[in-house]
Design a protein around this ligand. Structure first.
Ligand code: HEC
Ligand code: HEC
Length: 497
């Protein structure tokens, strides 16, 4: 059992400063076992706590005497939090509602998203790995692609193909215009000039409306995820013509998927409705990808969490425990440096020292070098894009390889990332993945040597339940309706996952 509690010295936890006194269990424990210690993670934590105490700027009438003693009424928890939020480099604001999408494009995108016809063997749809009943993920640490059967953890039962080397991220709010970088290594992105960058370079056709639309061009090319291996047959016993095409001819693969789709009357009707001014034979998979983006943007927009109500001024929208958690998150623990802004991500890549699970990726296997596989820069090894924390209560397991199974594991990791890898408890991981957990000392040294500066601090213990309470406030209660998104049938007549 690792230590959860003790020492982050924050405004909320006192540190000898007056201010809101912790009355939450672990903050209280923190005060107790951390008494006298001031192992704030960095100078910023110290300044966060003294800022919390000197509330002149928050207008609550506080003063700090030269000798350090204080007078005046303690600032309320809300005042302390307001001050910390005001000091964030990127404004902490509620998320805007999803931009409207054309209903006919959404209807086409819905059909495509749930239809296994897009996969070579006709046995897997986008939704198989991004399922509304599983928080738009698959509930697995690492995904299982074509050839596996069942949904969620059931896919790992019995014989199945090799694991996809990364965890299927949630698609919640992925259509927000702020979401400009796709995949764990951000290899698909719209840069500040509005230029789309992807691993396909000029082989990616024009006309894609967003990074999200560009992303949708990729799963159908991937042999493990959707396309299958040469010689495969479809579930109907026919030749898998998509798998027979060479890897270096993506245009032929997209054209073959489109030929499949337009052989189905239902798709002719849906494409015609979505693109009424276009001749049928001028339509390409780009048009399918734009519709997939329209659907994902609309169906998976869950922007209204209790935290947003709080930011809009309803101070009773979240509990005091969550407010302590927010003070930690945006203050001493520095989570908000990376999980910033309305989406709680800076869209940048960082190495947070996540233990390696699974087969590894490309040339870096059995490791996953993350961003260094995209940019030729060894300094970017093990760097992954900061995920949004919106709706994070329903998107476990966590991290690029799904190695952390719940909030507790995540918070324990952040409490001491340097030990996180060595100490990781493999209980709960799929037994067949456990041997792939990399614990070689040389590897651990390499990962931890490149750890992001924010995390290279004194090991400290987290106000675990407070941070957890805060993370809970980031989830839109309407996510309970997600399962109603699943349509009863798709145009191909194949079973909907
Ligand atoms: C076999 C499971 C699987 C299937 C099928 C699949 N995905 Fe994914 N998806 C993943 C995994 C794994 C990743 C992360 C890969 C990476 O980052 O390298 C991902 C990433 C994404 C992302 C990026 C999200 C983000 O936060 O960066 C989007 C969007 C997405 N998928 C949409 C789709 C769509 C649309 C389809 C169907 C055309 C699809 N996926 C099919 C597993 C799957
Ligand atoms: C240096 C930037 C940085 C800081 C600081 C940071 N994070 Fe993260 N966070 C990330 C990155 C990057 C990932 C994904 C890492 C990976 O998959 O390898 C992540 C992943 C997560 C996840 C998993 C989300 C998911 O969908 O998988 C949670 C939860 C989380 N962070 C919470 C926190 C909390 C709480 C703190 C403060 C204690 C914090 N983060 C501090 C960058 C950061």
């Amino acid at each position: 059992m690792r230590r959860f509690f003790v020492a982050w010295c924050v405004a909320a936890a006192g540190c000898g400063q007056p201010g809101a006194q912790p009355d939450e269990p672990d903050a209280a424990t923190s005060g107790m076992s951390g008494a006298g210690t001031t192992s704030g993670r960095k100078t910023t934590s110290a300044s966060a706590s003294s800022e919390g105490a000197s509330a002149d700027t928050s207008g609550s009438g506080w003063t700090v005497d030269p000798d350090g003693s204080t007078t005046g009424p303690a600032p309320t928890l809300d005042e302390q939090l307001a001050e910390i939020l005001a000091a964030q480099a990127v404004p902490v604001v509620p998320l805007d509602p999803a931009p409207p999408a054309h209903p006919a494009a959404v209807a086409l995108g819905e059909a495509l998203f749930y239809d296994p016809l897009l996969s070579g063997n006709e046995d897997i749809a986008c939704a198989t790995c991004h399922h509304p009943t599983l928080g738009t993920g698959d509930g697995l640490s690492l995904s299982l692609g074509t050839g596996a059967v069942g949904l969620g953890p059931a896919r790992a039962q019995g014989e199945h193909p090799p694991f996809v080397p990364r965890h299927a991220p949630s698609l919640l709010n992925v259509g927000d215009p702020g979401f400009t970088r796709m995949f764990w290594d951000a290899r698909v992105e719209v840069d500040a000039q509005g230029t789309l960058r992807t691993p396909l370079g000029p082989a990616l056709p024009p006309g894609l409306g967003s990074a999200l639309a560009a992303q949708a061009m990729f799963p159908v090319l991937d042999r493990l995820e959707m396309r299958g291996q040469p010689g495969d047959t479809t579930v109907m016993g026919e030749v898998n013509e998509l798998a027979a095409l060479p890897d270096d001819d993506p245009a032929a693969i997209w054209a073959a998927v489109m030929a499949r789709l337009l052989a189905v009357d239902g798709y002719v009707a849906l494409f015609s409705a979505a693109y009424p001014e276009r001749a049928l034979d001028s339509l390409t998979f780009v048009d399918a990808a734009n519709a997939l983006a329209a659907y994902q943007g609309e169906a998976f927009a869950y922007p209204d969490a209790p935290w947003d109500d709080y930011l809009r001024g309803d101070l009773s929208a979240i509990s005091d425990a969550a407010k302590f958690g927010a003070i930690l998150f945006y203050g001493a623990a520095q989570c908000g440096n990376c999980h910033s802004g309305a989406l709680l991500t800076d869209h940048r890549v960082h190495n947070t020292g996540i233990p390696q699970l699974g087969p590894g990726v490309g040339a870096s296997a059995p490791f996953d070098h993350g961003r260094a596989l995209v940019e030729d820069d060894p300094g970017q090894r093990f760097a992954f894009r900061t995920p949004t924390l919106r709706n994070v209560a329903v998107t476990a397991p966590y991290m690029h390889d799904g190695v952390l199974l719940d909030f507790e594991a995540v918070l324990v990791h952040y409490g001491d990332p340097l030990r996180g890898i060595e100490d990781l408890d493999p209980d709960g991981l799929l037994p067949e993945l456990v041997p792939t957990l990399q614990r070689d000392p040389g590897h651990i040294e390499e990962i931890t040597g490149l750890l992001s500066a924010e995390l290279q601090t004194e090991p400290s213990n987290v106000g675990l339940s407070n941070l957890r309470e805060f993370l809970e406030t980031l989830t839109d209660p309407a996510v309970v309706d997600l399962p109603t998104r699943v349509p009863a049938a798709v145009p191909s007549g194949l079973p909907v996952p």
